[in-house]
Design a protein around this ligand. Sequence first.
Ligand code: NAD
Length: 411
Amino acid sequence: MTHTRNSAFNDVNQKVRQASEFLELKKGVVSALTNCEREVVISIPLRRGDDVEVLTGYRVQHSSARGPRKGGIRFHQDVDLDEVRALASLMTWKTALIDVPFGGAKGGVCVDASTLDAIEKEEIIRRWTRSLVHVLGHHRDIPAPDMGTDAQTMAWLMDEFHRLEGFQPACVTGKPVDLFGAAGREEATGRGVAMIAAETLKQHNVKVKGATVAIQGFGNVGRYAALVCQELGMKVIAISDVTGGTINLDGININSIFQEKTLQNLTVGDQIGSAEVLEVDCDLLIPAALGGVINGSNFEKIKSEFIVEGANQPITFDADAELRAQGVVIVPDILANSGGVMGSYFEWTQNIQEFSWPQEKFRRELDARMEKALGNVVKTAKKYSVDLRTAAFIVSVERVAKAFTMRGSLV
Ligand code: NAD
């Protein structure tokens, strides 16, 4: 059964409004926080064969109240303005929640990344950068990878930016380690997801060792989340990507499949469908692929007690309420997958200082700051008697509203 998704931006804004009520914010401030500062829509002509296909690209800057805007670029066929607005807004709340000096932004191109060869990908990201260079820069707006883009895509972006504006490696994060990237950034999102998951299990007196895990997505986030969950003693019993998935109740050895490009035809377990993995009976579910995958059509089939959101907005607003009513503990995206932007912050500061950290220091700082952010959210949830998502929004909305008001942007 197909499921029509409500506006993703509206889903985020419902949480912002709810947090604003707890904080008794003024109407005008709430209005500023629920709108985007700037939205740029571009067309990207792409040579294909002897013709041209015109793609649509976006950059939405939601807020700069707490610093330069920050957010990834997604290449996916479902990208539209509503989704980019929602993701830009989430970046504002995420950067505030983990207390790094950034605002929020997001970019995207509506294209099926799996149909692109390297030359086409390079052409698209270079054109995207040329069209948007006036709103980008290390103190304006700093892109990073997201679905369908990776370190190589960021290297091309940096190169195009340098041609136009001169040397400025901090203009983009998530770059290859050999080209101004930071050792530790690639694994940072998945690592953060796994660390937060382990800590959450402990807080609920569930043993981490042997806890069973199902993961949807085997890209940057899902792959490293699986690896680190395993390193922490959990048992990954099911995993899927867009091509299909595999299940093995004895546990899948993630090291043995880590380098696989896709999960089609693996022999380490029985085959299951890409979405079926969400319904596996396990302790912990990590959706780490698309948004909106847990919704009105399938929330009743979810069997895990804990959901840690590796992807952005994997659970729709309504399904979130239903699952919580069933007693499922949900660690929200803006906390759970914030290791990525935390890592990007480390990369950015290192680029600006022209100094690099060893990977061990990167990991230590990441783990400590993630733990602090989780502690803060748990404390706030107790203070207001609310769930973790509502608490996370209360913390971040308060910080952004304060910065916005202190800047005098209201007058
Ligand atoms: P990616 O492109 O590296 O990987 C995406 C994965 O999802 C792939 O394995 C793909 O096969 C799978 N997938 C796509 N459609 C699917 C479907 N219908 N069913 C099952 N699997 C499917 O992307 P990523 O960077 O890992 O991002 C994944 C999610 O995490 C996105 O929601 C993204 O916004 C979020 N996120 C990423 C980062 C980051 O640092 N990369 C940071 C924070 C949040």
